[in-house]
Design a protein around this ligand. Structure first.
Ligand code: FE2
Length: 201
């Protein structure tokens, strides 16, 4: 977690621990604006990816918790500075889903953090159960799939299906995959302020 502590702005850590609800959202959005300018996938910045994912959730008439989870699902990539200009990009699995969910967990409700934690198992689940799903993945997503553990075993699949947040995670995963469209215009972060604030503990 050395990379993570180096990148977490002290203001973000303090405001998430002690700030008022609006200050928490301010700090999170400021951090995302600052750290989200690098590229994870082939065609969109990390901030654009987050905004496109939240937009997909909105277009699917998802509730505010699911929209906020979509917006924040890859915060772990920001926290571990995982993007396409780092030396080890896609050579090592930095378990960004665990990093992001654990970071958010003290201040956000479980219905937000657990789908964040499960969005990589959801990808492995979909790759295991839906042959067409893997074929449609982006180049970076196909490459990371093996690093993330590849297909689920029967026991892992059953365990995933038993998780009460599995369906939310699968929905999130499908929005995630659609959120990589170069040049697509979306609303900005402020549109999601209320949704994110409503998920604070
Ligand atoms: Fe994503």
């Amino acid at each position: 977690m050395a990379a993570m502590s180096a990148l977490v702005d002290p203001t973000l850590a303090t405001d998430l621990a002690r700030g008022t609800p609006p200050q928490k959202v301010d700090a999170l959005f400021a951090y995302m604006r600052r750290r989200g300018q690098s590229f994870y996938d082939e065609s969109v910045t990390q901030l654009q990816h987050a905004l496109q994912c939240a937009r997909q959730a909105e277009l699917a008439a998802a509730d505010p918790v699911q929209v906020a989870a979509a917006l924040l699902h890859d915060l772990g990539h920001f926290l571990v500075d995982e993007h396409d200009e780092t030396v080890d990009f896609l050579n090592e699995d930095l378990v960004h889903e665990e990093v992001g969910a654990s970071y958010l967990q003290p201040c956000f409700i479980e219905r937000l953090t657990e789908p964040v934690r499960l969005h990589v198992p959801a990808k492995r689940y979909l790759c295991t159960t839906d042959a067409a799903y893997y074929d449609a993945l982006s180049r970076a997503s196909k490459r990371s799939f093996q690093l993330q553990g590849g297909p689920l075993s029967a026991a892992e699949q059953a365990e995933f299906e038993r998780n009460p947040h599995a369906q939310d995670a699968v929905r999130l995963r499908r929005w995630d995959d659609l959120a990589k469209v170069e040049g697509l215009q979306t609303p900005g972060l402020e549109r999601y302020r209320e949704a994110v604030q409503s998920c604070l503990r």
